[in-house]
Design a protein around this ligand. Structure first.
Ligand code: NAD
Ligand code: UGA
Length: 467
C-alpha cells in the first residue's frame, strides 16, 4: 500500500519551494511541512515576525500567516528536516552553467547533486524523493544512482518527478487551482506506489482528474517542453510585432484575431519588450543542449531560435528608442518604469529592463528607474552584474526613484518596461508638462492609452504598432 505521508521536507526555500510547500501546509493541516535552506538570511525572512517575507507574491503572506508555527516551519537545519521526513521535495536552483562543458546552455546540476548526496548521507529510513526543480531529462536516473550508491542498509529511495508550473505573480492562485499536477514515476510497483502517495497529498484539494501520472522521463521532458512552447508563443508574437511596426498593422488586433481560433487560444499572445524571468531562457537553452547531446542539431537550432528572437526583440526596442530620439540619447534623461520581469513580482532575474538600461547606459543617457517592488540594492546588483562592474560607474548615470512620478518628472523620454497597473493611471498631463519637448513615450508593454497620450502631445512609440 502507498505510504501515507505525514512529514514533508522541502529543500530550497525559494520562489518555488516557499509558495508550493506553504500551500501544501495550508491545504493539508494533517501533514507537517518543513522548508529548509542553507541561506540563513532567507530563512530568517520567512520567519520574520512582521511577515516581511523574502519574496513578494500576492496572497502568500496570508497563507504563511495561517500556517507558520502550526504545521509549517522554516529552518536551516537541513539534515534534521531530511531525517524526519517521509517525503522530500528537492526544489533547489538549477541555473545555466557559467563555465565548463555546456557553459551557457546546460543546467548546473551541482545544487541538485549536493542536496541528493545529503539525503543519502543523513537518511536512516526510506524516503520518497521528489524532483521539484526543473531539470534535464533523465536527471532522476542520476539521483537514483547517487542515492543507491550511498544508502544506509534498509533505506529505500523512490524517486518521483513533479515539475512545478506556477507563474510568478499568480503563484498562489496557480497552486490553489492548477491546470494540472504532473507526477512522473518508474512504472514499477514501487514507483507507482510512491506516485500514489504524492497524488494523495495533492488530492486534498485538487480534483483527481487534474493529477496526471506518467513515466519519469515524460514528466521531466514535459516541463522543458511546456516552457519552450510558452516562450515560443511570445517569440512568435514578438516576431510579428516587428512586421506590424513596418506595415501599419497592430499586434494587439492581430493577436486578438489569432487568439479567437480555438485551436490557438487567446492567452500568452501579448507582444512585449521581450520575455524575462529565471526560467524560459534557461529551460530552452537546456533543451537546446539536450538536443545537441542527442545528436539532433536541427532540433537544437529550432528551439534556439526562440531565445535568439527574444534577444532581437530587446535590442530592437532599445535601438528604436535611440533612433526615434534623433539618433542620440547621450546626456538625455530616460525614465524607465518597471524593473521586474513582469508585474506583481519583485523578481528581476533575466528582466528585459536590465538589457534596456544597459543599452541606455552604453549610449551615456541618464536613467531614472522606478519599480514598486524592486529594491535599489537589487537594481544595483543587476546593473553591476553582481559586482563585476564598479558601483560608482553605474551610479554616475543611474538613479532609483521613489515613485513613478519622481522618475518621470523632467525626463526626455519615458520607457515602460514592466506592465504594472499603476503606470496606466499616472497623471500623464503633469508628466508631459514637466518634460522637454518633444516628449517621448515608449510603451514596451502595450498598456498605455496611446490615443490619449498623443492627444496630450506625446510622441508615442508602441511595440507592434505601425505609424
Ligand atoms: P531560488 O534560487 O529562488 O531558490 C532555490 C533555493 O535553494 C535557494 O534559496 C538556495 O539557497 C537553496 N539551496 C540550494 N542548494 C541547497 C542545498 N543543497 N540545501 C539547501 N538549500 C539549497 O530558485 P527557484 O526560483 O525557487 O527555482 C527552483 C527550481 O524550480 C529551479 O529548478 C527552477 O527552474 C524551477 N522553477 C522555478 C519557477 C519560478 O517561477 N521561479 C517555476 C517553476 C519551476
Ligand atoms: C513561466 C511559466 O508561465 C510557468 O508555467 C513556469 O512554471 C515558470 O515559467 C517556470 O518554469 O519558472 P513565469 O516566468 O513566472 O512563469 O511568468 P510568465 O507569466 O510565464 O512570464 C514570463 C515572461 O514572459 C515575462 O517577462 C512576461 O512579461 C512575458 N510574457 C508573458 C509576454 O511577454 N507576453 C505574454 O503574453 C506572456
Amino acid at each position: 500500500a502507498p505510504v501515507q505521508v505525514k512529514k514533508i521536507v522541502c529543500i530550497g526555500a525559494g520562489y518555488v519551494g516557499g509558495p508550493t510547500c506553504s500551500v501544501i501546509a495550508l491545504k493539508c493541516p494533517h501533514i507537517q511541512v518543513t522548508i529548509v535552506d542553507l541561506n540563513q538570511a532567507r530563512i530568517d525572512a520567512w520567519n520574520d515576525p512582521d511577515f516581511n517575507l523574502p519574496i513578494y507574491e500576492p496572497g502568500l503572506v496570508d497563507v504563511v500567516k495561517e500556517c507558520r508555527g502550526r504545521n509549517l516551519f522554516f529552518s536551516t537545519e537541513v539534515d534534521k528536516g531530511i531525517s524526519e521526513a517521509d517525503l522530500i521535495f528537492v526544489s533547489v536552483n538549477t541555473p545555466t552553467k557559467k563555465s565548463g562543458l555546456g557553459a551557457g546552455f546546460a543546467a548546473d546540476l551541482n545544487y541538485i547533486e549536493l542536496a541528493t548526496r545529503r539525503i543519502a548521507e543523513v537518511s536512516t529510513s526510506s524516503k520518497i524523493v521528489v524532483e521539484k526543480s526543473t531539470v534535464p531529462c533523465r536527471t532522476a536516473e542520476s539521483m537514483r544512482t547517487i542515492l543507491e550508491a550511498n544508502a544506509k542498509p534498509g533505506c529505500n529511495f523512490d524517486i518521483l518527478s513533479n515539475p512545478e508550473f506556477l507563474a510568478e505573480g499568480t503563484a498562489i492562485d496557480d497552486l490553489f487551482a492548477p491546470d494540472r499536477v504532473l507526477i512522473g514515476s518508474l512504472q514499477t510497483a514501487a514507483g507507482k506506489s510512491a506516485c500514489e502517495s504524492l497524488a494523495n497529498v495533492y488530492a486534498n484539494w485538487i480534483p483527481r482528474e487534474r493529477i496526471l501520472t506518467v513515466g519519469l522521463w515524460s514528466s521531466e521532458l514535459s516541463k522543458l517542453a511546456a516552457n519552450a512552447m510558452l516562450a515560443q508563443r511570445i517569440s512568435s508574437v514578438n516576431a510579428l510585432s516587428a512586421v506590424c511596426e513596418a506595415t501599419g498593422a497592430n499586434i494587439d488586433e492581430v493577436a486578438y484575431a489569432i487568439g479567437k481560433d480555438s485551436r490557438l487560444g487567446s492567452k500568452f499572445l501579448k507582444a512585449s519588450v521581450g520575455f524575462g524571468g529565471s526560467c524560459f531562457q534557461k529551460d530552452i537553452l537546456n533543451l537546446v543542449y539536450l538536443s545537441e547531446s542527442l545528436h539532433l542539431p536541427a532540433v537544437a537550432k529550432y528551439w534556439h531560435a526562440v531565445v535568439e528572437m527574444n534577444e532581437h526583440q530587446k535590442d530592437r526596442f532599445a535601438k528604436k528608442v535611440v533612433d526615434t530620439m534623433f539618433n542620440t540619447i547621450t546626456g538625455k534623461r530616460i525614465a524607465v518604469l518597471g524593473f521586474a520581469f513582469k508585474k506583481d513580482t519583485g523578481d528581476t532575474r533575466e528582466s528585459a529592463a536590465i538589457t534596456l538600461v544597459n543599452h541606455f547606459r552604453a549610449e551615456r543617457a541618464h536613467v531614472s528607474i522606478y519599480d514598486p517592488e524592486v529594491t535599489e540594492s537589487t537594481i544595483m546588483l543587476d546593473l553591476t552584474n553582481y559586482g563585476e562592474i564598479p558601483a560608482e560607474s553605474v551610479q554616475k548615470n543611474v538613479k532609483v526613484a521613489k515613485s513613478a512620478m519622481d522618475a518621470c518628472m523632467g525626463a526626455n523620454a519615458v520607457v515602460v518596461a514592466t506592465e504594472w497597473d499603476e503606470f496606466k493611471t499616472l497623471d500623464w498631463q503633469k508628466i508631459y508638462d514637466s518634460m522637454d519637448k518633444p516628449a517621448f513615450v515608449f510603451d514596451g508593454r502595450l498598456i498605455l492609452d496611446r490615443e490619449a497620450l498623443i492627444k496630450i502631445g506625446f510622441k508615442v512609440t508602441t511595440i507592434g504598432t505601425g505609424a
